[in-house]
Design a protein around this ligand. Structure first.
Ligand code: CAA
Length: 258
């Protein structure tokens, strides 16, 4: 499939998706959100893909937010629709993808850009990255899940400060806050993403799918995460990957998952 706003490549079992609007600092317009949805849907369906690495093109930005020029003349209804559609097609979609998505934050991750990283399962950043939710400086609030996921990741107090000040934090502060897992020089970012991706590839894809579902259940109202964990734990038993994993342990060899 050919895209206008993103590029995709597959290397062995890792699928790479790059937001490719460098002149607009990779801002997310509706067309880009649709293309990211399509690319993630095919990565999910592709048996060869075990993990996705998501990044931005150029050295300056991961994603500098939703495309401000696209929504500047929207009214209330258009605004609600923008947020609802975006959340469904991209942000909730990533969070619930059965394969881990690693956000390699290679520069500015602002507004929708930080929201995109926060919806991903794992976040790593280059040391030049700047992160923030500056929406209130535009007279709007984060609309792609930022008010919820930032509080979940860093706690309500820090989330309130970052959101109400519309400030930006450095990659090293983001690491101290628990917002990103690792910070490395920009030229080492993709190598680190690949190192994490390859570790994931060694494990059972079926069990990883269950683990993502169980972890996410903790953040869903009206769902008992412990019950989801019990159900998903049970679902793993008897599967070919469970049989391979446990047999390999007993036979003192490394498992070979398909
Ligand atoms: N939307 C549209 N275009 C954007 C953009 C965005 N979010 N961010 C940057 N651009 C464009 C700029 O308009 C500029 O284009 P032109 O050359 O055509 O004028 C180009 O990218 C380069 O940007 P700057 O000249 O501003 O670059 P800079 O180095 O001086 O500043 C920056 C970099 C601090 C990231 C600055 O671009 C900036 O503040 N961007 C906006 C960040 C922002 O407010 N993001 C939140 C968006 S709202 C949102 O995301 C809502 C939501 O939750 C759903």
């Amino acid at each position: 499939m050919s895209y206008e706003n993103i590029t995709t490549t597959q290397k062995e079992r890792v699928h790479y998706i790059t937001v490719n609007r460098p002149k607009q600092l990779n801002a997310l317009n509706k067309a880009t959100i649709q293309e990211l949805h399509e690319a993630l849907k095919s990565a999910e369906a592709d048996e060869n893909t075990r993990v996705v690495i998501l990044t931005g093109s150029g050295e300056k930005a991961f994603v500098a937010g939703a495309d401000i020029k696209e929504f500047a003349d929207f009214d209330t209804e258009n605004g609600k629709q923008l947020a609802a559609e975006g959340q469904k097609k991209l942000f909730d979609f990533i969070e619930n993808l059965s394969k881990p998505v690693i956000a390699a934050v290679n520069g500015f991750a602002l507004g929708g850009g930080l929201e995109l990283a926060m919806a991903s399962h794992i976040r790593i950043a280059s040391d030049n990255a700047k992160l923030g939710l500056p929406e209130v400086s535009l007279g709007v609030i984060p609309g792609y899940g930022g008010t919820q996921r930032l509080s979940q990741l860093v706690g309500r107090g820090k989330a309130m400060e970052l959101i109400t000040t519309a400030g930006m934090i450095s990659a090293s502060d983001a690491q101290n806050w628990g917002l990103v897992n690792h910070v490395v020089p920009q030229e080492e970012l993709m190598a680190l993403a690949e190192k994490i991706a390859l570790k994931i590839c060694n494990n059972s894809g079926n069990a990883i799918k269950s683990a993502i579902k169980a972890v996410n259940a903790n953040y869903q109202a009206s769902v008992n995460g412990y019950e989801v964990e019990v159900a998903e734990f049970g679902n793993c038993f008897g599967t070919p990957e469970f049989i391979e994993g446990t047999t390999a342990f007993i036979e003192k060899r490394k498992p070979k998952f398909k």
